[in-house]
Write a protein that binds this ligand. Sequence first.
Ligand SMILES: [Zn+2]
Length: 170
Amino acid sequence: MNIVIYPDPVLRQKAKPVKEINAEVCKKVEKMMELMHEARGVGLAAPQVGWPVRLFIIDTDGSSHGEKVFINPTIIEEEGELNKEEGCLSFPGITSKIIRAQRIKAQAYNLKGQLLEIVVEGLTARAWQHELDHLNGELFIDKMSPSNRLAISQQLKEFERTFKNVKVPV
Ligand SMILES: [Zn+2]
């Protein structure tokens, strides 16, 4: 398992709901946490490791104790607006300002299969919205302003060029 980089097509797939929380799911989640911490990220969605299911992990306090797993997540309410710098582990080296809701109310199952309702704001709310987008095949480049998108267009082209070169059949 590895973090996949743009423009891997798995990043554009709509992820399927998790049907059963079993040992295999727990094992994959553990591996995702390792990868996220290695890459010093605050969030990682299952499609980013080539696993197209509706699950993501978030750890905004960086302690590796505060990490949380959210399964079949939904956002119920959004409030306010914040335009802040954001990055993505599938786009190494790229950051851009993105407008997100400031505060959200959401629901998700945890690894024990309990449905939890949470209210979060700031960085955690931003991470939630970013990771939930991944489950719908949406990426933060889709939400950049035209000028911000233009500013990173060369870097995107470079990712696309590298990806094609890797994928050429022998
Ligand atoms: Zn991302």
